[in-house]
Design a protein around this ligand. Structure first.
Ligand SMILES: Nc1ncnc2c1ncn2[C@@H]1O[C@H](COP(=O)(O)OP(=O)(O)OP(=O)(O)O)[C@@H](O)[C@H]1O
Ligand SMILES: N[C@@H](CCO)C(=O)O
Length: 303
């Protein structure tokens, strides 16, 4: 009987920015993009989640394109594969679906093309493709990621010792990152940049020291992106008010929006979810935890 390898790839979604950590902070979430990959005569993608049915089922699929480009970059060729794909990450809602897709493509190339990439190589490549390290860092490493990209140097600190709960308030409409980035100013004044940086510094320090009340206060003071994006997400102010009055310590636009993410300490999110469910039945709600594992690849021998 012939034995063959089945590669299972699981990549978490993420929330980026946490307010003032624009393009730098990411937190991995327990919402997953999953792939099962095996060699086949031609590329064939089988979608196992309804949301994914809008995407191509051949090698023009974004994830396969990322995989083929990755293999080419390292002068390797990829065998064609059959890929079963499922996702719990809502698309274009600010929960890192594109970053998870990029990491999945890189992991697919690494496993099927035997590239032997280091975590740093995967991170640098994913950051180059996505344009910023926040979501891809969280999807790759799990936990809280504090990253920076300058020219071709990408660095990150990863913290796995923070446990938080979150309620994601997810509108039914999509907001593409490129549209949400179009409303941002081309420049900030020197004094505003200094203030914005200081607020971000205090946010990171407060999170690492587990001073969550201070972290939440800093989330409200973001000067980088939320003031400009508020007009695209009119629900943000009301959600902030409700969440802060009902036990959340902080509220932020998740990535580029439109999802709003409400942070609470461990064991305190159930009440928050109750309050929201009574508030607006037109939103979707997810009670989430931090994924501490990041992207995971398993090879299974099949007969
Ligand atoms: N599983 C997937 N397969 C193919 N393409 C995908 C997949 N997941 C995401 N994408 C692509 O990424 C796009 C969404 O990316 P976008 O950056 O706008 O939002 P997001 O990543 O969900 O949110 P954010 O970047 O704010 O966290 C989709 O419209 C699609 O083009
Ligand atoms: N930092 C990015 C995350 C979404 O890709 C943004 O806010 O535009």
């Amino acid at each position: 009987m012939n034995e063959y390898d089945m590669v299972q790839i699981r990549v978490p979604g993420s929330t980026a920015n946490l307010g003032p950590g624009f393009d730098s902070l990411g937190v991995a979430l327990n919402l997953y993009l999953s792939l099962e990959v095996e060699r086949s005569e031609s590329w064939e993608i089988i979608m196992e989640s309804e949301d994914l049915n809008i995407f191509p089922t051949d090698e023009s699929n974004y994830i396969i394109q990322i995989a083929l480009q990755t293999a080419e970059l390292f002068q390797k060729s990829l065998p064609s594969c059959k890929v079963r794909m499922a996702s719990e990450i809502p698309l274009a809602r600010g929960l890192g679906s594109s970053a998870a897709a990029i990491i999945a493509g890189i992991e697919l190339a690494n496993a099927m093309g035997k590239l032997g990439l280091t975590e740093d190589e995967k991170f640098r490549l994913a950051t180059e493709i996505e344009g910023h390290p926040d979501n891809v860092g969280a999807s790759l490493f799990g936990g809280l990621v504090i990253g920076s990209q300058m020219d071709d140097e990408v660095v990150a600190i990863v913290e796995h010792a923070i446990e938080l709960e979150m309620i994601a308030v997810i509108p039914k409409i999509e907001l593409l990152t490129k549209d949400s980035r179009n409303v941002l100013p081309a420049q900030l004044s020197y004094s505003e940049a200094v203030r914005a940086g200081a607020i971000g510094n205090v946010l990171v320090a407060a999170l690492l020291k587990k001073d969550f009340a201070l972290a939440g206060k800093m989330m409200q003071r973001d000067l980088y992106h939320q003031p400009y994006r508020r007009k695209l997400v009119p629900h943000l102010s009301e959600i902030e008010e409700i969440a802060l009055a009902s036990g959340a310590f902080g509220v932020a636009l998740s990535g580029a929006g439109p999802t709003v993410i409400c942070f609470s300490e461990k064991g305190k999110s159930e009440k928050l979810l109750d309050v929201f469910q009574k508030w607006d039945s037109n939103m979707n709600y997810r009670r989430l935890k931090i994924d501490q594992e990041g992207s995971r690849v398993k090879v299974q021998k099949c007969v």
